[in-house]
Design a binder for this molecule. Sequence first.
Ligand code: C5P
Length: 291
Amino acid sequence: MSKNPSSISVSSYAKVNLFLDVRGRRPDGYHEILTLMHEISLHDRLTFTAIPRGIRLQCDSPEVPCDSSNLAWRAAGLLKRRSPGHGGVHIRIEKRIPPGGGLGGGSSNAAATLRGLNRLWGLGLRREELEALAARIGSDVPFFVRGRAAVCRGRGEIVQPVRLEERYYYVLVLPGFPVSTPDVYANLRMTLTSPKGSARLQHGVMVMGETNARKGAIMPYNRLESSAFRLYPVLRRLKKEVLAVCPQGALLSGSGSSLFGICRTRREAWGAREKLSRRLKAKLMVVQGRP
Ligand code: C5P
């Protein structure tokens, strides 16, 4: 009798980018980035059930494709080809992370699938092997294999975990429309100057070989904002509103459309949410950065 379980459920967390600098265009068409990603408490739930053959996907959100274009499907396909002979899988996704919001939902689902199927099929793949497979699915997927907080470089696939010394709470603003990441990158106007925070993050987290992103090492910044704001001017107006109630900082997450305000305490975050709810129609959420 097989020792492997017949069904497994895993949480698949969203992320925000506390810092994102684009350093240049690469010959492969991607961009060289330096980013600090932080997982947040908002999550999807994925359930993997062993079936005799094939990959079947089911999702409770009509916005999510249930075919091979879904990154979770791609992750399952990749693992099946890498380790044949383990039967098939039915994947059920309970969706809470809005698609196209810059919160990494699809990438996180792909990483959760790699982790879940590694257990369901008893493959015994090491984290490094899962990260290498993850990089073939998408630039953000390797981050989600380990999750929590990490500085990511290259096109995003070179992941160095960090421990954030402060607690973070975020007010999420979900404008309700998706943004195309390729469009935001394509519309970027590159300048040669790097923001001050870039050097500080490099120095504090990488050059010094420190594992802690110390107080003051993180300066909220996202180079994709100017491009996204040109394409979707409403996002610029929303950022101003969030900054007015979250003086510590407000940013677009990744390529958007979600924005977030940075808060030190849960109370502060709920206060900011309350003020925003009187002024905005967008969906609002208070989430905690995963410690
Ligand atoms: O890797 P992923 O498929 O998530 O990337 C989606 C798109 O975002 C890419 O096709 C590319 O247009 C853009 N991108 C980029 N540079 C990165 C990451 C993404 O240009 N570092």
